[in-house]
Ligand binder design. Structure first.
Ligand code: DGL
Length: 268
């Protein structure tokens, strides 16, 4: 059994934790939401890199055996540095532009991600490896993360903003849309409302958890103590709200786990 750290700028990484709890429920988890500082996507590269390293160092100090950087923005800006400083498996998350290019029938793919992710060298290096005939319509989802953090994923305001962001993607005729920020899977319902059922939505949570599973298998942890491990939710802003949102946004049944919630400043 392993202790796994999962970190995001806020509640977005819950989309990854949800998948992890379903696939690997026997492990213990610490989820860190830096909601006091969200959104990361409009901050400088230097700030994102330093803050992401601090929080991953914090998770490593808590005894984590592996860390999932459940944030595309933090992965893009900081994962190289985090991996070089911490001696445990670090799993990152990147926009699924490669599977999207493979699945798209008309080779027109929309990519909705944060500004920092779209501007990052890591994302652009990945983009450069993909077939030139595939057209990527990149769109920064400015303003969406704060609305999701405020529990408004399905509100009218969110729908209106999302409609504006999706317009160029829709106009280009994309048949596939990459959800390039871990907050965006929580907009599925709103996206379907705007774009209909035929567009293929790509999010990488399953692939990320498969990668986590592979890394844990290599480490050969002993048999699980319990069928369901513990989950500690830590927020830099409000742990009660984080727990409430975890219960609301995730489909995993948290009552099967031993769950607690604390403020980051009380523990750091
Ligand atoms: N959830 C994050 C991501 O995957 C970051 C969103 C933000 O804080 O801007 O990019």
């Amino acid at each position: 059994m392993a202790l796994i750290g999962v970190f995001d700028s806020g509640v977005g990484g819950l989309s990854i934790l949800d998948e992890a709890l379903q696939e690997l429920p026997e492990h213990d988890y610490i989820y860190v939401a830096d909601s006091a500082n969200a959104p990361y996507g409009e901050k400088s590269s230097t700030w994102i890199a330093a803050r992401s390293l601090t929080l991953c160092q914090y998770l490593a100090n808590q005894g984590c055996d592996a860390i999932v950087v459940a944030c595309n923005t933090a992965t893009a800006e900081a994962i190289k540095d985090i991996r070089s400083k911490l001696n445990i498996p670090i799993i990152g998350v990147e926009p699924g532009i490669k599977p999207a290019a493979m699945q798209s029938q008309n080779s027109i793919v929309g990519v909705l991600a944060t500004e920092a992710t779209l501007n990052s060298d890591k994302f652009n290096a990945l983009l450069a490896t993909l077939p030139a005939h595939c057209q990527f319509i990149k769109q920064a989802g400015a303003g969406l993360v704060p609305l999701i953090e405020a529990g408004q994923a399905d509100s009218e305001e969110t729908l209106e903003l999302l409609a504006k962001h999706l317009e160029p993607i829709q106009d280009a005729g994309a048949d596939t849309l990459v959800l390039g920020c871990t907050h965006y899977p929580f907009l599925r319902k709103a996206i379907r409302k705007l774009l209909g059922d035929s567009i293929t939505l790509i999010d990488t949570s399953e692939a990320v958890v498969r990668q986590l599973k592979r890394q844990l298998e290599e480490k050969a942890f002993g048999p699980p103590d319990n069928q369901y491990g513990s989950v500690i939710f830590i927020s830099s802003k409000d742990e009660v709200t984080l727990l409430g949102m975890a219960e609301e946004l995730m489909s995993s049944d948290l009552s099967l786990h031993v769950v607690s919630a604390t403020l980051l400043s009380e523990r750091a």
